[in-house]
Design a protein around this ligand. Structure first.
Ligand SMILES: Cc1ncc(C[n+]2csc(CCOP(=O)(O)OP(=O)(O)O)c2C)c(N)n1
Ligand SMILES: [Mg+2]
Length: 311
């Protein structure tokens, strides 16, 4: 889990670099600061379990098993990418590991994850689906419809709200009628839990519990992971709507990589030197992925209408 979180952090730092150099088209919404949520949750899943992701999806993809090279190639619009360069940062999908796709539509994953859970139940498998979504997406109407449906049909789905406390430039308290999004679970007739989203082990435990219940036919769960994004909404956003003190507090007290590293040293699972080694190895791998993606060709113009749903 430590290695995975470092991989996500370094990947995102390089996406920042790739974006600012003008090597990628579109926007980049970075997951820096939120690594424990995807890592903790996906480490409780099997390869054949499903996830749906968001516009801030690189961390979910990597945590569910995506490889660095095709990820970076997709972000740069290259043919070697997961969607042959046509999806970009916000539409990375990898069916081979159950990733049903990132989504540029806020709340776009609710129907897909709920449908995947219905499919698993109908086919009689014990697969589960995890739907990642933000605090902003928690106020989309489709959440109410799908969560109610999942409750009535007892579907194996976990709605995992990443409450990073802002939807674009708006604090979640300004647009949300409850203090804790997890409280909404009671209105749907399902279990709801809030968890420390900076603590990968805590996220893992809560999601594992929800997954076990879902596999045994116990139905859906709403999990709210309280977290914070260390960067702006997207790379070009300097985030003037929040205070420097608030950002600094989260960065110095709730950095998920620091917290897990400290816990590993405390339990004598790893030394600082071993953790440093993970950082170095991961940096090398991400640099190689950037280089791979830079060298890779763009799709040919004749391929424009291949692998797309409408022409
Ligand atoms: C249906 C829809 N409405 C609006 C947008 C524009 N938009 C993109 S990200 C975003 C904020 C989402 O906030 P949240 O769900 O909290 O996710 P976060 O960015 O904090 O991870 C908005 C409003 C969109 N992409 N889709
Ligand atoms: Mg948010």
């Amino acid at each position: 889990m430590y290695r995975k979180m470092v991989e996500i952090r370094k990947f995102e730092e390089h996406v920042w670099d790739v974006y600012t150099r003008g090597w990628m088209p579109g926007l980049a919404h970075l997951y820096i600061g939120e690594e424990a949520v995807a890592t903790g949750a996906c480490s409780a899943l099997r390869d054949d379990d499903y996830i749906t992701s968001t516009h801030r999806g690189h961390g979910h993809c990597l945590a569910k098993g995506a490889r660095l090279e095709p990820m970076m190639a997709e972000i740069m619009g290259k043919e070697a990418g997961y969607c042959r360069g046509k999806g970009g940062s916000m539409h990375i999908a990898d069916m081979s590991v159950g990733n049903l796709g990132a989504n540029g539509i806020v709340g776009g994953g609710f129907g897909i994850a709920t449908g995947a859970a219905l499919s698993a139940k109908t086919r009689g498998t014990d697969q589960v689906a995890v739907c990642f979504f933000g605090d902003g997406a928690a106020n989309q109407g489709i959440f109410m419809e799908t969560a109610n449906m999942a409750s009535v049909w007892n579907l194996p789905v976990i709605y995992l709200c990443e409450n990073n406390q802002y939807g674009e430039h708006t604090p979640f308290q300004a647009v949300t009628g409850v203090d804790e999004i997890a409280d909404r679970a009671h209105g749907f007739g399902m279990e709801g839990t809030r968890v420390d989203g900076s603590d990968a082990l805590a996220v893992h435990d809560v999601v594992r519990h929800a997954v076990e219940r879902a596999r045994e036919g116990g139905g859906p769960t709403l999990v709210e992971a309280l977290t914070y994004r260390f960067r702006g909404h997207h790379v070009g956003d300097a985030a003037p709507y929040r205070t420097k003190e608030e950002l600094e507090w989260w960065m110095s007290n709730r950095d998920p990589i620091e917290l897990l590293g400290r816990e590993m040293r405390r339990r004598r699972i790893a030394t600082q030197a071993q953790l440093d080694e993970v950082q170095t190895e991961t940096e090398t791998a991400v640099v190689a992925a950037v280089e791979f993606a830079r060298q890779a060709p763009y799709p040919e113009p004749e391929q424009a209408f291949e692998d797309v749903y409408s022409e």
